[in-house]
Design a binder for this molecule. Structure first.
Ligand code: AMP
Ligand code: GLY
Length: 428
């Protein structure tokens, strides 16, 4: 049993992206921290704690490490270990896990499970039906009932690529067949077809101990590679928080119609959930609809959400672990945060790695979060598609945009690319 009311703690954080660097910065600021380890981490997290080379799906090795290093808390960044059941693995051990049980993680791991959960608990979402390979005719018939565009989703995790949106019926039918035939491997054994929602997207983040919850700052993510939302989908090219259209009236609806039924539903269904819930919402003429659940924080959303969080994050996590999150103080800074992601030329398709990155140390006015970087012989090199992201926190949106871009212009590496329009759509 985890019991850590007033002690300092040793924390192991799992993951290696910009999100985990943002977690590491926040954890390193905590009054409760004794020692922070990050597995595997990146050169950015190495400035906040000690990186350790552990495979984040090897639970037995992680367990050994927690025993040898007196780890009190395991903070899980990405969804993969959660979907594989890392929380259940540690359930009877003296390490608290920040992240839901395997059953809870199905809210992200299975779109069919998530949609059934939403329906069972009266949470507004797009009309849908699920089909497997034996129901292809029924799938075609359902497509014929819908108005284009058509949304087809692989049921399981497909590295963020499992959603296909097409404009016409013949193409929708052929995509359905391809998916059921294994386009996304086992992930598309089952396919969810749903009605298309027209509106503007916003992400809302919730932290819960399974009973009470805190709504964290909301954010807008910029998913497409090109300016004005053109081109291929990416993991996220930038983010902004707060989102002006997510005003008090809208957020009150989100709380009442989505957050509260979700927490209540988890309890009613006996699902153990101690961790983050990321709500992917569509604002349809002022009414919130839930597109999807993720069972972790977003990346790059965390890089704008955490800088606005006025709380000791280990106090919050301790509240989550002890089931008294309700009593932990947490407020949000009024400033606006903007983050702009610098990526390797070619991303999200093929790109090269190993280019030297210059300029990071010259940015002292804002925060640089490392994502795909590595260090070799004292040089910082590119090692991923999304390389790093610069977050500015300023009094208002125009100043935050200016400041983030002034900083990112100081970064250089071969074929560096970033969007030039992050936040522009939110200016009056
Ligand atoms: P997901 O992988 O579920 O985040 O879906 C990827 C993206 O597809 C979302 O961020 C939306 O932009 C879009 N999308 C998913 N479902 C719908 C829907 N029912 N209506 C409109 N857009 C959708
Ligand atoms: N930026 C979207 C995500 O983290 O899923």
């Amino acid at each position: 049993m985890y019991q850590n009311i007033n002690k300092k703690m040793n924390v192991l954080l799992l993951g290696s992206g910009g999100r985990e660097h943002a977690f590491a910065v926040k954890i390193a600021q905590s009054q409760r921290l004794s020692k922070l380890f990050i597995a595997p981490g990146n050169p950015g997290t190495a400035e906040c704690g000690q990186n350790v080379s552990l495979d984040i799906s090897d639970f037995a090795k992680i367990e050994n490490f927690t025993v040898e290093n007196n780890i009190n808390m395991l903070v899980v960044g990405p969804e993969d270990p959660l979907v594989k059941g890392i929380s259940d693995y540690f359930a009877d051990k003296s390490v608290a896990v920040i992240g839901p049980s395997k059953k809870g993680a199905m809210l992200e791991g299975s779109k069919d499970f998530a949609k059934d959960f939403m329906t069972a608990h009266g949470i507004p979402t797009a009309r849908y039906k699920s089909f497997d390979i034996n129901q292809i005719r029924q799938g075609y018939a359902f497509l014929e009932e819908l108005i284009p565009p058509f949304v087809l989703k692989a049921d399981g995790l497909a590295a963020g690529k499992g959603v296909v949106i097409v404009d016409n019926l013949p193409e929708a039918k052929s995509v359905l067949k391809e998916m059921l035939d294994g386009k996304f491997g086992l992930a598309s054994r089952k396919v969810v077809i749903e009605e298309y929602l027209h509106g503007i997207e916003v992400s809302v983040f919730v932290l819960t101990d399974g009973k009470s919850y805190k709504i964290l700052p909301e954010a807008k993510d910029y998913k497409r590679i090109g300016d004005n939302d053109k081109g291929l989908n990416t993991g996220g090219m930038g983010a902004v928080s707060p989102v002006p259209f997510a005003d008090e009236t809208f957020m009150a609806k989100v709380r009442k119609r989505i957050v509260e039924p979700t927490i209540r539903g988890l309890r009613e269904d006996g699902i153990d959930y101690k961790g983050f819930i990321f709500l992917g919402l569509m604002n349809c003429k002022g009414e919130p609809y839930l597109i999807e659940y993720n069972v972790r924080m977003g990346d790059p959303e965390t890089e704008v959400v955490f800088p606005r969080l006025n709380a000791d994050i280990l106090d919050l996590f301790n509240g989550v672990a002890n089931g008294n999150l309700e009593t932990v103080p947490c407020s949000v800074l009024p400033e606006t945060a903007v983050t702009v992601v610098a990526v390797s030329g070619g991303y999200p398709e093929e790109y090269k790695k190993g280019f030297e990155i210059a300029g990071v140390k010259t940015i002292t006015e804002n925060t640089v979060f490392h994502a795909g970087t590595s260090e070799k012989e004292g040089k910082l090199l590119t090692s991923g598609g999304r390389v790093l992201t610069v977050t500015a926190l300023a009094e208002n949106l125009p100043s935050a945009i200016d400041s983030a871009y002034n900083s990112i212009r100081k970064i250089s590496f071969k074929d560096c690319y970033y969007r030039k329009d992050i936040g522009n759509d939110l200016l009056q």
